[in-house]
Design a binder for this molecule. Structure first.
Ligand code: OVV
Length: 414
């Protein structure tokens, strides 16, 4: 049992010999609000450390996070990529055929999703995604001119992915905000069964049937990403029973990630006006700016692996069936990897960042995610000379995501 929370006082787990102990709880409000000092403590303690509150190993350095991601035979995903060990407890929903799977079954699912979310697809959707970003920013400027206060989260970073991604998957217009409730719950569920998960599960409960219905072929428009999954089933690549499960992966992973990737990027640019000025002067920086925002404020903060055998990692002995949490956001601020890591610098080109993971499970949707980020930032750069925060942005605390609830802004038109 490793689902105890740190508030179950005294119920901590004995440290394995020789592994540095770091007494943090990565799921408190304080940690999630500002994780960066704790990340540094975790990194300084060593490449592999022990978190007693949950009885788990942790990697917070770039080299150790990279090493675990790139040894998928030792560090498996099939026992879950959150705190829960599916070898010891039943998953709260049927396992994802791609996220919570290992080769060879993972390989088959991955090939289908990689083909659907390919660079060729991006060339086909780019013009539409660009036009939607530009028309959204135009409409925001009109509303603002009419006296409205614009919320860069509610009116931009949530609206844009909820328009373009479900359109591309082939989900109808009605009730798409259900996807936000679902994503919030899914990413909370990678953490402990705390109050945060409980509340998000209650909120999503009434819309679970809607989510599952939209994994079915009859509710997916012909030619969209969802329909393409069913075409792969028609072609015999997967069974027709597996098809809705792969559509579920689109609906789970494709919205709340980009919502917060874009939200965090806009916040970074609002907080660093000199960097926004560089983007304004050279719109081709939209893509590297989004990439740097992913490094600086990684939307997905953590994923776990489980050891498939007794192993050794950076000199530390780790027994079979141990859980290891990987702090992607900390790897992305590792001073051993990045010069001046706490500086947001859109000219950096942070190749090798861990925000999309690495190895065989590296984000299969990353070309679409990057497209969304790029075209939103480029649309802002074209039409907005400055982004002013009108008040403190509010976070939406999530066990896994670095998420925002609201960000009132003034967009100064060009
Ligand atoms: C990367 C990711 C996050 C959440 C859910 C899934 C994948 C899935 O495959 O369901």
């Amino acid at each position: 049992m490793n689902t105890a929370s740190a508030s179950d006082s005294l119920r901590t787990f004995e440290a394995p010999a020789g592994v540095p102990v770091v007494d943090v709880d990565p799921y408190t409000d304080e940690f999630l609000t500002d994780p960066y000092d704790a990340h540094q403590r975790l990194r300084e303690a060593g490449p592999v450390v022990w978190i007693p509150a949950y009885g788990i190993y942790a990697c917070a350095r770039h080299d150790s996070v990279h090493a675990v991601f790139n040894d998928h035979a030792t560090y498996i995903s099939g026992a879950g990529v959150g705190l829960a060990n599916f070898n010891q407890e039943t998953p709260f929903r049927p396992k994802s055929l791609i996220l919570e799977a290992d080769p060879p079954s993972h390989t088959k699912a991955r090939a289908i999703l990689a083909r659907i979310l390919s660079p060729k697809t991006v060339t086909q959707i780019r013009a539409t995604f660009t036009a939607e970003a530009e028309s959204l920013v135009d409409r925001l400027l009109v509303r603002q001119a009419a006296g409205e206060t614009i919320d860069a989260v509610k009116d931009l970073s949530e609206v844009y992915p909820l328009k373009v991604f479900p359109d591309a998957v082939g989900v109808g217009e009605a009730n798409r905000e259900n996807l936000l409730l679902y994503g919030n719950m899914i990413f909370n569920a990678f953490g402990p069964r705390n109050e945060r998960l409980q509340k998000s599960a209650e909120l999503v409960q009434p819309v679970t049937a809607w989510i599952m219905a939209h994994c079915q072929r009859e509710n997916l428009l012909p030619g969209g990403f969802g329909d393409l999954i069913y075409q792969a089933a028609d072609a015999g690549e997967i069974t027709h029973a597996e098809a809705p499960m792969l559509v579920r992966s689109f609906l789970s992973a494709g919205v709340d990630t980009t919502v917060n990737g874009i939200g965090n990027a806009v916040l970074c640019l609002a907080n660093h006006p000199e960097q926004y000025a560089l983007l304004r002067a050279d719109h081709s920086l939209a893509r590297p700016a989004f990439e740097e925002a992913l490094r600086f404020e990684s939307a997905v903060q953590t994923f776990f692996r489980t050891t498939s055998k007794d192993t050794e990692l950076f000199g530390m002995q780790i027994p079979k069936d141990s859980k290891i949490v990987l702090f992607l956001a900390s790897a992305n601020r590792d001073e051993r990897q990045w010069p001046d890591p706490d500086r947001f610098d859109i000219q950096r080109r942070p190749v090798g960042h861990m925000a999309f993971g690495s190895g065989i499970h590296g984000c299969v949707g990353q070309v679409v995610a990057r497209l969304e980020g790029e075209v939103v930032l480029a649309a802002l750069a074209k039409r907005v000379s400055r982004i002013e925060l009108l008040g403190a942005p509010k976070r939406r605390l999530n066990n896994t995501l670095r998420a925002l609830a609201s960000m009132p802004v003034r967009l100064i038109p060009v």
